[in-house]
Design a protein around this ligand. Structure first.
Ligand code: ADP
Ligand code: TYD
Length: 228
């Protein structure tokens, strides 16, 4: 089969899912795996990734932001995302550097849209503004029972001698987290070409291997040794 001229372009991969499913752990592991295959890559997160977007992150997740409501939050997350795309994601991809993001636009769809009740049209309009054509090439949805994920986070906090404080989304009730999980699964079903759902209810190494298998199947050039 003839390779398309774009076969070896830098890829944009996002990780999505509920709280504590292991996204940040696996973003770091995938970054290492890519680097071991001589792929230049960076990792980032949302909300955040650039100084302006990090400022919006603290504004939304802490302090008095509860009164803003899901609609205004969707707008704020989109403003942060626009800066993140323009300042970090697009320039890296243009330079041939793969970008791995811990959360991206599906989090707005799931949290503010499907769970928060913000109208689909507003979500779609904000997405088109913020993404500016930079949709992810692949989205890995890490899926597990939210109660089990919460226990993981709590156990780790006890081991580390930390108080479990959490941001305000983490403090929502269990049935809210179950709806959130269903929201991410619905997004994956609606976007089968872009999204892969992987069970996060396995140890870190097994999950890392499952993710590497999915990524290298999706981008076979990784195993062909064709990355400079
Ligand atoms: N596969 C796993 N099995 C058990 N614990 C895990 C696993 N992956 C991550 N953890 C632990 O669970 C907690 C949440 O992981 P993290 O990667 O921060 O999740 P997220 O970014 O999705 O919130 C951390 O304390 C982490 O060390
Ligand atoms: C990117 C994004 C995040 N969020 C929420 C999800 C998280 O609760 C929070 C980000 O906090 P974070 O600590 O990154 O969450 P986690 O480690 O559990 O993934 O912001 C939205 O509600 N909408 C968005 O568009």
């Amino acid at each position: 089969m003839l390779e398309s001229p774009k076969a070896n372009r830098a890829r944009f991969i996002t990780f999505e899912g509920g709280e504590g499913v292991g996204k940040s752990t696996q973003v770091k592991r995938l970054l290492q795996n890519l680097q071991q295959h001589s792929v230049q890559a960076v990792r980032t997160r949302e909300p955040g990734g650039t100084p302006k977007a990090e400022a919006i992150r603290s504004f939304i997740l802490q302090g008095r932001s509860e009164s803003w409501g899901a609609g205004a939050e969707a707008v704020l997350f989109a403003a942060a995302r626009l800066d993140h795309v323009n300042q970090l994601i697009a320039p890296n991809l243009a330079n041939g550097v793969w970008v791995l993001s811990d959360r991206f636009h599906d989090s707005t769809r799931a949290y503010q849209g499907l769970t928060g009740g913000v109208d689909d049209k507003l979500i779609a309009a904000l997405e088109s503004l913020a993404l500016d054509g930079h949709a992810p090439d692949l989205t890995i949805v890490l899926d597990m029972d939210p109660e089990a994920a919460f226990k993981r986070v709590a156990e780790r906090a006890v081991e580390d001698g930390l108080a479990l404080t959490g941001d305000r989304f983490e403090k929502e009730e269990l049935d809210w987290h179950i709806r959130l999980r269903d929201g991410f699964l619905a997004i994956a079903r609606a976007n089968p070409d872009r999204c892969i759902v992987i069970s996060a209810a396995q140890n870190e190494e097994a999950l890392e291997a499952a993710i590497w298998e999915a990524v290298s199947q999706r981008f076979p050039e990784l195993l062909a040794g064709s990355q400079a």
